[in-house]
Structures are given as structure tokens and as C-alpha cells.
Design a protein around this ligand. Structure first.
Ligand code: 4AD
Ligand code: MG
Length: 453
């Protein structure tokens, strides 16, 4: 028998398509094993499906291998596929050959059967993808990425690979990780460079050449906020459209969130059933209801009026000019509208330098999408395409125009009204699945004080 990966069939494929009597080879890790006088069972998983493969092994094979078939061992089994009666004790493979590919001492296996907490599992990030919850989380993470690319591809948006090493602070917030070599911070590139906080400024250049474009890549922020929703390294999706207004940006964002959520849930029914049963009861109905109806839309000014009229006591101040904090965002989406809500036209002082100034001179053509349970998952805007207004705004903020000369120059050559948004990939995953902490939505989380793995 080959002790490699020859001719193995994924468990998902076997469960969907194997025919009774067929000879099959499967590989995977032991979830549970049970040995008794009459019958010996193994339950295997290989990451392809939340359903486990049941294997029955005869007395002879059991005698040889029993001691090494504890939880965690990697095995290859060959045998006959048997029609599964569908009950608890269903038999899928009657094994006639079995090989231990990798041993795992069951008495010291770090993921013991007794439910380990999500917090504890974070200290074992190399092994936690084997736990049921993370088996599902990372399958759905893949599916969500796939559906996002599909959405844009089908609409003719080009995926643009914007740089990770950059000389500019795209958000103007100063939350940059510096890039350096042993010779010093400027020795290599001849200027200070950083890890990108957003691909937006670069992708705007491509929107002014290819009209409909998007980025999807890792994003780095050195903000020292230890919250369940912030990571130092996360993934962001940033579409950008030329010849587009804030209304176009909002229409795209709504279609996008709706379709991607619907298709991801439809593609992973067993995983979502798992989240609904074990991770966050009710999450499936809540998300399904949220995407079944149009999202709400209000201005920042209206949001402040709603908060003032709510009669609630908030920890942070409310009123025109105050920032919308997480508690305010959640009140609006969760309690007031009970569905996702776009908030638009924020005070100019609260938003990034590139957002288009409204005619009143007090607000900008910005939007955040707030969802129940989480608050902001999308931030976007129409961009300032008028060179003189942009220069004035940067001057007011004390920004040096020199490092961003190319961003300004873009406004000289066929400038267009344009805009886009950024979706936090992990936040979308959290919203769909009910994962409460961003550290559990990415395989190897980076947060202040934590880059162990
Ligand atoms: O609102 P943000 O900062 O917007 C931008 O970066 C724009 N350049 C986007 C654009 O218009 N092209 O970030 C966008 C989204 C947020 O709404 C949030 O979902 C997510 O990125 N995000 C984070 N996710 C995890 N950890 C962090 N530290 C995050 N910071 C932002
Ligand atoms: Mg934002």
C-alpha cells in the first residue's frame, strides 16, 4: 500500500459520490476511535467537510494497530465502500488495509476531547485548525474569499495587486509599521517605507485607467487597540470605481454584502449549521433576515438625532461633531434599525483627507456600513477629485504634499468623480459566522503583544 497521497479521495467526495461496493482509499486524522468486543470504529476528518468518515476495522487490523489509533493520529485506510444507513452507527468504509502515517500519543494530545475553550486554543494556533470550530471557520473563510472574487469578476472588476511595501500613509492616521533593514530605515529604498494600511491610493490610479477595479490583500495597522474587532494584520477588500458617486458606492456595497453573504451561506450549509448549533445560536436566522431586506440609509446628522432621541445613556458623548463609537453604531444597527445601515456624510474633521468635501463645507461624501452585533464592517467614500480642494484640505491638515505628489498629479490628467469602499474581511467573516473575536477569524492572529506563531 502506498504510504503517500496516492489515489486518496477527499472525504467530502466519498460521502457525496462513492457507490456501495467500490474500493476506496481515504486519508485523514482520527477524531475518535472505539474498540469493543464486537466492532471497532474510527472517525476520520480531512478538512474537506464537517461530516466525519466512519471506518469499521476488523478484529485482526484492530489487534495490530489499536494502541496507535488514538485521537490525532494520521492514517490511511483502504477498503470497501458500504451503503450508509444514515443512523449514528453508520458504516462507510469496511477497512481491509490500514497504515499509521503519523503517530499521536493520545494521552498527551494537546486538544483533548473535553471541549477546549476558544481562548485556550489561541495558545495552540498550530493545532487549533483541527478542532471542529476551526475546521469550519477556515473552510468558510476560503469560501467567502472565493465568493468575493467571483462577485467582482462577474461584474468586470479587475483584481489589482497593490504594494504591501509603501512610502505613503494612505489613511493619514499615523498607524504605520515601519520597514527597515539592518543598515537602517532608509538604506534600502532611499526613503522611509511602511507596511500598507490600505491599497486605496494606489488602486485609485488603476481606477483612472481601467474604471472598475479592486484590491484584496493583507493590511497592517499599528493601532494599539486591544478589542475583539481589531487586528494588527487583517485582510481588506477595496473596490474602486471611476465615473462614480457616493450613491454608486453605496449601491455596490449593498449588492456586494448581500450576494456574497447569501452565496457563502448556500455553499457551506453544514458549516453554518454547526455555527448555528454550537458557536452562536440564532446567527443563521439573524444574518438571513438582515440580507433579505434593503439596508437602511441615514446621514451622520440623522444618526446623532436618533441617538439623542433614544433616551439611552451611553458611555461616550453624543451630539453633532462627536465620533460614533462602537456602542452608538451597535445601537443604530441592532436596536433602532434592526438591520444593516449606511451612515453617510460625516463631519469633515472625522474623516481621511481624500474624502470629497460636500457643498455645505462641513461634511464629506463618506459612508460606513454598520451591522448588528459588530458595528462598522465597511468604510468608504467618494474621493476628492478636484485638485485645488484636495490641496487645500491637505494644507489644513498640515500634510506635506511632496510624498503624495503622484496622488495629486492623478487629478491633473482626466480626473473623474470616483469612489469605493473597504471591507474588513475578518469582520465580514465574524458577522456571518457569529465568531465573537477577530483572533478566531484568522489562522495566525497578530495583535498587540502577540505574534507567537
Ligand atoms: O475604514 P477604513 O480605515 O477605510 C479604509 O482603509 C479605506 N481606505 C477604505 C476605502 O475606502 N477603500 O477600513 C475599512 C474597513 C473597516 O470598515 C473595518 O471593517 C476594517 O477595514 N478594519 C479592520 N479590521 C480589522 N482590524 C483592524 N485594525 C481594522 N481596521 C479597519
Ligand atoms: Mg473606518
Amino acid at each position: 500500500m502506498p504510504h503517500g497521497t496516492a489515489r486518496r479521495t477527499p472525504i467530502k467526495t466519498l460521502l457525496a459520490a462513492a457507490t456501495p461496493g467500490e474500493r476506496v482509499v481515504a486519508t485523514g486524522w482520527v477524531r475518535t476511535s472505539r474498540f469493543s468486543k464486537n466492532v471497532n470504529f474510527l472517525e476520520l476528518y480531512d478538512g474537506s467537510t464537517p461530516r466525519k468518515l466512519q471506518v469499521v476495522i476488523g478484529a485482526d487490523l484492530a489487534l495490530i494497530h489499536q494502541a496507535r489509533l488514538g485521537t490525532g493520529a494520521a492514517v490511511q485506510v483502504s477498503g470497501q465502500w458500504v451503503a450508509s444507513p444514515g443512523a449514528e452507527q453508520s458504516v462507510e468504509i469496511l477497512a481491509d488495509d490500514l497504515a499509521i502515517i503519523g503517530d499521536s500519543d493520545p494521552t498527551h494530545y494537546p486538544l483533548q476531547k473535553k471541549r477546549t475553550s476558544l481562548e485556550d486554543l489561541r495558545t495552540k494556533a498550530h493545532l487549533r485548525p483541527r478542532a471542529n470550530t476551526f475546521q469550519s471557520v477556515f473552510r468558510v473563510r476560503h469560501q467567502l474569499a472565493w465568493q468575493i472574487h467571483r462577485f467582482f469578476h462577474e461584474r468586470g472588476f479587475l483584481w489589482i495587486h497593490t504594494p504591501i511595501l509603501t512610502g505613503s500613509d494612505a489613511e493619514g492616521a499615523g498607524e504605520l509599521f515601519a520597514v527597515s533593514t539592518p543598515e537602517g530605515p532608509e538604506a534600502f529604498f532611499g526613503k522611509k517605507t511602511f507596511l500598507s494600511v490600505s491599497g486605496q491610493l494606489e488602486v485609485e490610479c488603476l481606477a483612472q485607467s481601467h474604471t472598475d477595479v479592486y484590491t484584496f490583500g493583507p493590511t497592517f495597522r499599528a493601532e494599539n487597540s486591544n478589542t475583539p474587532r481589531h487586528a494588527s494584520e487583517f485582510w481588506m477588500i477595496e473596490p474602486e470605481m471611476a465615473f462614480a458617486s457616493l450613491d454608486d458606492v453605496i449601491a455596490l456595497a449593498e449588492d456586494f454584502v448581500r450576494q456574497v453573504a447569501r452565496e457563502t451561506i448556500a455553499a457551506c450549509p453544514d458549516d453554518f449549521a454547526f455555527f448555528d448549533a454550537h458557536l452562536s445560536p440564532g446567527v443563521l436566522a439573524a444574518v438571513s433576515a438582515a440580507i433579505a431586506q434593503p439596508f437602511a440609509r441615514i446621514t451622520y446628522t440623522e444618526a446623532q438625532q436618533i441617538l439623542a432621541a433614544s433616551g439611552k445613556t451611553f458611555e461616550y458623548p453624543i451630539g453633532w461633531g462627536e465620533s460614533l463609537q462602537s456602542e452608538h453604531e451597535r445601537y443604530l444597527a441592532e436596536e433602532h434599525f434592526k438591520r444593516p445601515v449606511f451612515v453617510t456624510n460625516y463631519p469633515v474633521a472625522q474623516k481621511a483627507f481624500y474624502m470629497r468635501l460636500d457643498d455645505d463645507g462641513r461634511t464629506v461624501a463618506a459612508t460606513d456600513l454598520l451591522v448588528p452585533r459588530l458595528g462598522e464592517i465597511i468604510g468608504g467614500s467618494q474621493r476628492e477629485e478636484r485638485l485645488d480642494v484636495l490641496e487645500r484640505r491637505m494644507g489644513e491638515l498640515g500634510m506635506h504634499p511632496e510624498p503624495l505628489w503622484w496622488y495629486l498629479d492623478l487629478r491633473r490628467w482626466g480626473t473623474t468623480p470616483h469612489g469605493g469602499f473597504g471591507l474588513g474581511f475578518e469582520r465580514m467573516l465574524m458577522w456571518l459566522t457569529g465568531i465573537a473575536n477577530i483572533r478566531d477569524a484568522i489562522p495566525f492572529p497578530r495583535t498587540p503583544g502577540n505574534a507567537e506563531f
